[in-house]
Design a binder for this molecule. Structure first.
Ligand code: NDP
Ligand code: X2W
Length: 292
């Protein structure tokens, strides 16, 4: 059933979260924006800055591209000030949150360049509740599969954000896998590292310290000393990031993980709402992981 946004629905609203499918979400958000109601959109409708790129990857015309420029990409840690002032926040995709948080410190510092590979694994809830042959229990259980091998729709989103940080186009390969797990994303990222850094004494320690400094004031991004596991983020709003140097190949490896439904979606949406409404950023987001 199509959701009609009528004036009486909007009375007294400060902010609306939209978690509708792509296109339906923009169609629902635009009447709210026209009434100056703040919106956090959890779909992909306002994440890409260029309408033609949106059409290329989502296969539909954008309902109103004039909002694309205004929308703030809601990766809170990287865009905190802009989110605080925003009327429209495009909440990032679950895969892009894990990849962009893993790579931004090294890209921004100019420490990595050349071919970047992001290899991600997701639990099944990332696909939503609709049934398909690939998300049916008997298909997913005891199975691992790569999908969207010719290009996942989150690739332009990750590229857009890393290009902006690098101030030039990055060369990105992004590959997704479905694994027999309910929640969670684990991304393994690989990139050529500047040889002087890769060959320096205690290279991993040096890179890890740079990451720790970068995220020092960001409670929800933790730079870990050992490779993180999805269970450590189950049900919480953390993204765990572990950079390590392979000095043999002069390559940076960054492992990151998060809960696709929390830091990858609803948790980050609440984090953004807190800023947009002037609340403490971590309000209601202090849950610990359900562990083990
Ligand atoms: N799952 C994840 O990990 C993440 C999801 N997202 C995005 O968040 C949004 C929601 O995802 P998710 O909850 O997983 O998806 P689901 O498919 O599980 O849920 C979508 C919901 O939207 C409803 N719906 C569909 N079309 C319309 C419409 N035209 N008007 C009103 N309601 C409609 C559906 O109703 P009904 O059940 O009746 O069909 C359903 O309740 C999507 O845009 C998704 O891409 C973002 C980040 C991560
Ligand atoms: C496992 C799985 O199918 N994952 C989804 C991505 C998760 C998601 O919902 O992406 P948005 O944030 O862009 O909506 C997919 O690959 O399409």
């Amino acid at each position: 059933m199509k959701l009609e946004i009528t004036a009486d629905l909007c009375d007294g609203l400060d902010l609306v979260f939209s978690a509708l499918p792509h296109k339906a979400s923009a169609e629902a958000c635009i009447p709210l924006l026209e009434q100056n109601i703040k919106v956090v959109d959890i779909s992909a409708d306002f994440r890409l800055k260029q309408a033609d790129v949106y059409t290329q990857w989502y296969g539909v015309e954008h309902p109103d591209p004039t909002y694309l420029e205004e929308a703030v990409y809601g990766l809170t840690e990287l865009n905190r000030d802009a989110v605080s002032d925003a009327r429209l926040v495009a909440n990032p995709g679950c895969y892009p949150t894990s990849a962009i948080l893993a790579l931004t410190p090294a890209v921004q510092n100019g420490w990595i360049g050349g071919d970047i590979i992001v290899d991600s694994k997701s639990g099944v809830s990332g696909a939503g509740r609709s049934l398909s042959m690939t998300t049916h229990f008997s298909e997913v259980n005891e199975n691992v599969m790569a999908y969207s091998v010719n290009g996942h729709r989150h690739l332009p989103e990750i590229s857009q954000e890393l290009d902006a940080v690098a101030d030039q186009p990055v060369n990105l390969t992004f590959l997704t896998h479905l694994i027999p797990m309910t929640r969670g994303i684990l991304s393994s990222c690989y990139a050529p590292l500047r040889p002087d850094i890769a060959q320096s004494a205690d290279a991993s320690e040096r890179v890890r310290q740079m990451y720790k400094d970068f995220y020092a004031d960001n409670a929800f991004v933790q730079v870990t000393d050992t490779p993180p596991q999805t269970k450590q983020t189950l049900g919480n709003n953390y993204c765990l990031v572990h950079p390590v140097v392979d000095s043999r190949t002069n390559r940076l490896i960054v492992i990151s993980c998060l809960d696709n439904l929390v830091k990858g979606a609803a948790g980050q949406a609440v984090q953004n709402m807190n800023l947009m409404c002037g609340f403490p950023e971590a309000m209601s987001l202090d849950a610990l992981a359900v562990y083990p």
